[in-house]
Design a protein around this ligand. Structure first.
Ligand code: NAG
Ligand code: NAG
Ligand code: NAG
Ligand code: NAG
Ligand code: NAG
Ligand code: NAG
Ligand code: NAG
Ligand code: NAG
Length: 529
C-alpha cells in the first residue's frame, strides 16, 4: 500500500497525533569523513554451544532457524555470521566415540529456566551440522581454554577444521573464518576455571600454551590463511590493549589473530528483572555511554590492523549468589519491543564507533533471543511448564534486526554516520552507498508503556532536504509488549517467519517532515520509487 503525499500531509495534522516537539536534522548528502563502513553482517549472532545441534538441525536442517537467518540475510545479501561458543565453549570436550553430543545439564530454576550445560562431549559430526546453515554463512568456533588441556583443545580444532573440509560442508557454502580459544577468560576465577592470581600476564602465557598447540594442529600459521584466530573475548577484567602490551601478538598463535572481540552486558541486575527499568535501559544516553567505554580499545585494535567486533546481549542480569552463571536476560526488558529499538540504536551506534560486527548471544530458551529455534515446553521467563509447548517463534528484538538490515541494504558498500538529532530520546543515522545518501533511520527511544497515560507523544522531524522519500515504520503498541510489532505493515510472527500482511510504505514530501511517535522507528528511503 502506498499512501500518496497529500494523504500523508493530511495525516500529519490529524488531531489524534499529539506532536509534542519538533527537531530540525541536518543530513549530509555525501558521507562525511567520519563515516564508517557498514558491514552486511553488522547484525550477527553468537550461539551457546551446548544446544548447537538444535539450531542447525540434526537429521535435516532446522527450517525455522534457516528461515529466520535467511529472512535477515536476504535484506543485506549475506546471512548473519554465527559464532558458536559462550560459556559452554569452556566445558566442551572432543571424543572419538561420541556421535554428535552428550550434554549434562543442571536442573532448571525459576531464575534460570534454560541453564547451560556443565559438561559437553562432542564428536566430529557435531561440527559437520554447519552444512544445514544458509549458504554463505561465515562462522567462528569456540575452543576450550577453560580446561587448560592442550590435547583437548587441539582435538577440538582438528575436528572443527576437519568438518569444514568435508565435501558436504564445502558443498553447503558455509565458511569457517575464526577460531576463538577461551570465552570470557578474564573472569575465569569467578567462573571457577582458574584460581590464584589470575592476571592478564598469567592469561597471556596460559593462552599461548593452549592456543599454540591447537592452531598448530590445524596447520594455521599466521594471519593470512582462510582460517585465523579471534582474540580476547573478554567481558570485564582484561582489555585487548593490556594483552597487546604483554606481547600476545608476537607469540606464534598470537600472530594468527586477525580479529579482537570484547563482550558487553548493558545492565547488571537481578535475574528476575524486577529492579530494571525498561525506560532507563532503552535510553539514548545509556546506549552511548555503554559503548564509548570501548573507544580506546577499538582505536588500539585498529592501530594493529585488526578487526574489532563486540559480543553483545540485549541485556543480562547478575550472577546469582550460588551459581557461577549469569541468567539470560530479564523478562519485561530483554524480550520486549523496547529491546528491538535498543537493538537498532545500539548496533548502529556501535557501527558508528568503528565496531565491525555485533554478535548477539542466543541460546535455546534464553529470554533475550531474537528467535527461539525449537519448540519449548518451559516458559523462558519463569520456567513454568508450557502445555502445549510453544512452537518456534521470533521474539521482539527480531524486528530490530529487520530494521537494521533494511537500513544496511544489499550493495555491500554502505557507510554510516550518526546524525545530530537535538532530542534526548530520538537518535538518527544516515546510510550512503557509492558516495550518495540513500537511507536514514530515526529511533524514538522514549518508552511508551502499558502503564503510560495521556496522549502518546510524538516528535516531528524536519530534514534540511527537499524531494520525496519513502518511509517504513516499526509500529509498536507499547515498549513492554512482547508481541504484535509491525514492520512496514507486516508481522513476522508466523510459523515460518514469512511476513503476513500487505507491505506499507508512506510516500512523503520531505518539505513537510514526518512524525515519529514515542517508542517507534522510521526508515527513510530517499529518491522514492
Ligand atoms: C527548524 O527550522 C525552522 C525553519 O528554518 C525554524 O523556524 C525552527 O525554529 C527550527 N526549529 C528548531 C527546533 O530549531
Ligand atoms: C531469500 O531469497 C531467495 C533468493 O531470492 C529466495 O529464494 C528465498 O525464498 C528467500 N528466503 C526468505 C526466507 O525470504
Ligand atoms: C586432556 O585431554 C586428553 C584428551 O581428551 C585426555 O586424554 C587427558 O586425560 C586430559 N588431561 C587431563 C589432565 O585431564
Ligand atoms: C599478581 O601478579 C601480579 C603480576 O603478574 C603482581 O604484580 C601482583 O603482585 C600479584 N598479586 C598477588 C596478590 O600475588
Ligand atoms: C529478584 O531477585 C532478587 C535477588 O535474587 C531478590 O532479592 C528479589 O526479591 C527478587 N524479586 C522478585 C520480585 O522475585
Ligand atoms: C549502561 O546502560 C545502563 C542502562 O541500560 C545504565 O544503567 C548504565 O549506567 C550504563 N553504563 C554505562 C557505563 O554507561
Ligand atoms: C520437556 O521435554 C523434555 C524433553 O523431552 C522432558 O524431559 C521434560 O520433562 C519436559 N518438560 C515439561 C515441563 O514438560
Ligand atoms: C525522554 O524519555 C524519557 C523516558 O521515557 C521521558 O521521561 C522524557 O520525558 C523524554 N524526554 C523528552 C524530551 O521527550
Amino acid at each position: 500500500m502506498h499512501l500518496r503525499p497529500h494523504l500523508l500531509a493530511a495525516a500529519t495534522i490529524a488531531p489524534h497525533l499529539v506532536v509534542s516537539s519538533a527537531v530540525n536534522v541536518s543530513v549530509p548528502i555525501a558521507p562525511p569523513s567520519d563515516s564508517q563502513t557498514l558491514s552486511r553482517t553488522l547484525l550477527s549472532f553468537s550461539i551457546e554451544e551446548d544446544r548447537w545441534p538444535e539450531w542447525s538441525g540434526i537429521d535435516s536442517r532446522n527450517d525455522f532457524a534457516y528461515n529466520a537467518l535467511t529472512t535477515l540475510g536476504n535484506l543485506t545479501g549475506q546471512p548473519p555470521k554465527l559464532r558458536v561458543g559462550g560459556d559452554s565453549e569452556d566445558h566442551t570436550f572432543w571424543s572419538p566415540t561420541v556421535a554428535i553430543n552428550e550434554d549434562q545439564f543442571p536442573s532448571p530454576s525459576t531464575n534460570m529456566p534454560y541453564p547451560e550445560a556443565t559438561h559437553i562431549t562432542v564428536g566430529n559430526a557435531f561440527y559437520e551440522l554447519v552444512r544445514f546453515l544458509p549458504r554463505g554463512t561465515h562462522m567462528t568456533w569456540g575452543i576450550n581454554l577453560g580446561a587448560d588441556n592442550a590435547t583437548n583443545a587441539a582435538n577440538m580444532v582438528k575436528a572443527v577444521v576437519g568438518a569444514f573440509a568435508t565435501d558436504s560442508v564445502k558443498d553447503s557454502g558455509v565458511i569457517l573464518d575464526h577460531l576463538e580459544i577461551g570465552n570470557e577468560a578474564d573472569i575465569y576465577t569467578f567462573t571457577g576455571l582458574r584460581s590464584g592470581n589470575w592476571t592478564a600476564e598469567a592469561y597471556v602465557s596460559d593462552w599461548i600454551s593452549i592456543a599454540g598447540p591447537a592452531v598448530e594442529a590445524a596447520g594455521i600459521d599466521g594471519p593470512d590463511g582462510p582460517v585465523s584466530v579471534q582474540g580476547a573475548a573478554f567481558v570485564v577484567q582484561f582489555t585487548p590493549t593490556e594483552i597487546f602490551d604483554l606481547g600476545i601478538l608476537d607469540s606464534a598463535p598470537g600472530k594468527a589473530i586477525t580479529q579482537i572481540s570484547q563482550h558487553h552486558y548493558s545492565v547488571t541486575a537481578f535475574c528476575n528483572g524486577s529492579d530494571i527499568s525498561l525506560a532507563s535501559f532503552m535510553s539514548k544516553e545509556a546506549v552511548r555511554s555503554n559503548l564509548t567505554i570501548f573507544s580506546a580499545d577499538i582505536a588500539e585494535v585498529h592501530r594493529h590492523g585488526l578487526t574489532y567486533v563486540l559480543g553483545a546481549q540485549t541485556l543480562t542480569a547478575t550472577h546469582s549468589e550460588t551459581s557461577s552463571v549469569a541468567c539470560h536476560g530479564a523478562p519485561g526488558v530483554s524480550n520486549v519491543a523496547g529491546a528491538a529499538l535498543w537493538t537498532i540504536d545500539y548496533a548502529l551506534q556501535a557501527a558508528s564507533l568503528g565496531i565491525t560486527e555485533l554478535f548477539f548471544h542466543e541460546g535455546v530458551g534464553f529470554t533475550y533471543n531474537f528467535f527461539q529455534p525449537v519448540s519449548l515446553n518451559r516458559s523462558t521467563t519463569d520456567g513454568s511448564p508450557l502445555d502445549p509447548p510453544a512452537a518456534p517463534h521470533i521474539q521482539a528484538p527480531f524486528y530490530g534486526a529487520l530494521v537494521i538490515n533494511s537500513f544496511i541494504g544489499s550493495t555491500g558498500s554502505s557507510k554510516v554516520v550518526e546524525l545530530d538529532v537535538g532530542d534526548s530520546n530520538v537518535s538518527g543515522y544516515a546510510a550512503f552507498e557509492n558516495g550518495v545518501l540513500v537511507r536514514a533511520v530515526f529511533i524514538n527511544l522514549d518508552a511508551w508503556l502499558v502503564s503510560s497515560t495521556g496522549s502518546r507523544p510524538s516528535v516531528h522531524v524536519n530534514l534540511d532536504f527537499v524531494g520525496e522519500a519513502s518511509l517504513k515504520r516499526l509500529v509498536i503498541g507499547h515498549a513492554d509488549d512482547t508481541e504484535g510489532l509491525i514492520w512496514a505493515g507486516q508481522s513476522y510472527e508466523t510459523s515460518d517467519v514469512s511476513p503476513k500482511g500487505t507491505l506499507v510504505t508512506e510516500e512523503v514530501l520531505l518539505s513537510g517532515g514526518f512524525d515519529i511517535r514515542s517508542t517507534e522507528a522510521v526508515l527513510v528511503e530517499f529518491g522514492a520509487q
